[in-house]
Design a protein around this ligand. Sequence first.
Ligand code: 5GP
Length: 200
Amino acid sequence: MQELKKKILQEGRVLSDQVLKVDSFLNHQVDPQLMVGIGKEFSARIHEGYATENKKVTKILTIESSGIPAALTTGLELDVPVIFARKKKSLTMTDENYVSQVYSFTKEETNDITVSKKFLDADEHVYIIDDFLAHGAAAHGLIDIVQQAGATIAGIGIIIEKSFQDGGQKLRDLGYPVHSLARIKSLRDGIVEFMEDEHS
Ligand code: 5GP
């Protein structure tokens, strides 16, 4: 997605060979117009998939907090509800919640993420959205929650995939459609280098 890549080049800060900071439009301050464009783009990619898969998305699932704006604009495009998994430390499994554990790459800590059973039924077809994809821990936690509900996964929408880390490959190897709007090949020497991509 050209607009997103342009924004990354103009405003992103490479903190190390591994970490990109984009707090001026995604992780702290949020650019609403960009989020509307991202919602349209995810929606377009989801519709492309309907040709091979005739089940419609019934819900969007993300994780608080940075996935929420893009999940919301995508939910608006598809006219389906948006759930955000909540991050809570050491919450024990209860009858009311699905719980999974996610190791945070940037914060170096493990959090429980929870979703109320009220909002996810076995007949749902769920599209997962997150801001970044690194090693895939957050995506796998969300997949685990969808599976606990007995629901199915329509695909995974990622705003920024760091393709030099293994999360994207692991998800594709498992057969999930992964839609990444910007794929970063390298952050070496403080320079953002994108992958060649058919969609961009
Ligand atoms: P994963 O779970 O795939 O290892 O990492 C993805 C999660 O870690 C995202 O939800 C995001 O919050 C955070 N993250 C991973 N890498 C980066 C990065 O380079 N920059 C920022 N801002 N967040 C990241």
